[in-house]
Design a protein around this ligand. Structure first.
Ligand SMILES: *[C@@H]1O[C@H](CO)[C@@H](O)[C@H](O)[C@H]1NC(C)=O
Ligand SMILES: *[C@@H]1O[C@H](CO)[C@@H](O)[C@H](O)[C@H]1NC(C)=O
Length: 352
């Protein structure tokens, strides 16, 4: 087991993980280092590593921001989206400053030079994904640049109605195709490096599912369960997810104070890493070698006491020395960017 000691170094909180026994000692593996890399925001989610720019995009769902961390300087810039909760951000392929964003019930196209804060964010709705008392949630682009994005019921008094969501696939025709329905809280998505398996999480089930994936047609089939958290002692629900080049999954545990590394073939939890926040929301590999695991956490809805105990809930953390590498994140392939973005659009000004 691991014990975590937290040292406060000016802005950064470095967590030194002491490994008691375990094989790590014998192999002289460098110690895992957990570093806090942003301030504490609200519900930070949806990390996306932009490898061209070497920057990390993420969202702040209920505060309705897309944010971007420059790890080289530690500077975070933000843009406010006046269109409802902001669930996910994916850059548009070969289109600087253009992002597709899940916001409210829709997929929108946002124009933002993310080197600076922006109070007036021009955007256009690309697709009215859904209707009813639901909102978009996690999403990712596949290897052919199609956006996979899910939905969930709106949270009402802390409750989320079941079976109101779906997982959609959106290509550049902008006509959403329903891939999985019904789902309750559509969350983590990942494709393996061979690009023949799609992993998916509906958080309410506490399961991680796998499907066969055909990258040419973009179709999924043959659902099976690779892990059911109900068969473990782990707390919380599986949320955002990524995969390494060994084929192991890295899964955030919302309500579980950390994240897990899962071998989907052996149906086994290989490792748990604790974080100083109860609600760990998502993970993405980044850095020049894709060997830093960026982890988003939530400070949303904490009691004053919980906030005092976990002052950094809502921050992004970077985990070093995991000894694995991630896979490049895909961008959204969309050639009609210029026709789709009306730059004249006037949006109400907001403070950052
Ligand atoms: C989405 O819905 C709004 C309001 O009903 C409508 O004005 C808009 O044209 C729709 N946009 C798209 C891309 O379908
Ligand atoms: C796991 O337990 C949760 C909470 O008790 C339940 O809602 C969920 O349906 C269970 N998952 C499965 C796959 O049985």
């Amino acid at each position: 087991m691991r014990r975590i000691i937290c040292e406060y170094l000016s802005l950064a909180c470095v967590l030194v993980v002491l490994i008691h026994g375990g094989e790590a000692h014998h192999h002289l593996k460098p110690k895992i280092k957990i570093e806090r890399v942003t301030d504490a925001y609200g519900l930070s989610e949806g990390p996306h590593w932009d490898s061209d720019a070497q920057k990390l995009y993420f969202v702040d769902i209920y505060n309705q921001y897309v944010r971007r961390l420059d790890p080289a300087t530690g500077v975070v810039t933000s843009t406010y989206i006046d269109h409802g909760p902001v669930s996910v951000v994916v850059p548009v392929h070969d289109s600087p400053n253009k992002l597709v964003v899940g916001s409210g019930k829709d997929v929108i196209l946002v124009n933002w030079n993310s080197d600076a804060n922006q109070k007036v964010t021009p955007y256009n709705v690309l697709s009215n994904l859904t209707s009813g008392d639901v909102r978009t949630n996690d999403g990712k682009a596949d290897s052919a640049g199609r956006l996979w994005i899910g939905t969930m019921a709106n949270e009402i008094n802390g409750q989320i109605a079941l079976d109101k969501g779906s997982l959609y696939r959106l290509d550049d025709t902008l006509k959403p195709k329903t891939e999985i329905t019904p789902v309750s809280i559509s969350n983590g998505l990942a494709w393996n490096i061979e690009d023949n398996t799609f992993y998916y999480i509906d958080s309410s089930t506490r399961e991680i599912a796998a499907y066969d994936f055909d990258p040419n047609s973009g179709t999924i089939s043959n659902k099976r369960i690779v892990l059911n958290l109900n068969h473990t002692k782990l707390e919380g629900v599986p949320d955002g997810m990524t995969i390494d080049t060994d084929g192991n999954l890295w899964v955030a545990l919302f309500g579980g104070h950390g994240l897990i590394k899962v071998d989907p073939h052996k149906h086994k939890v290989l490792e748990k890493i604790e974080l100083p926040a109860r609600d760990v929301s998502s993970v993405a590999f980044g850095g020049p070698l894709l060997d830093i695991l960026y982890v988003t956490t939530s400070g949303h809805g904490l009691t004053a006491e919980e906030r005092k105990k976990t002052p950094y809930a809502g921050s992004v953390f970077a985990i070093h020395n995991l000894g694995v590498h991630g896979i490049l994140a895909n961008t959204f392939l969309f050639n009609k960017v210029d026709e789709s973005l009306d730059e004249e659009k006037i949006i109400e000004e907001k403070d950052m």
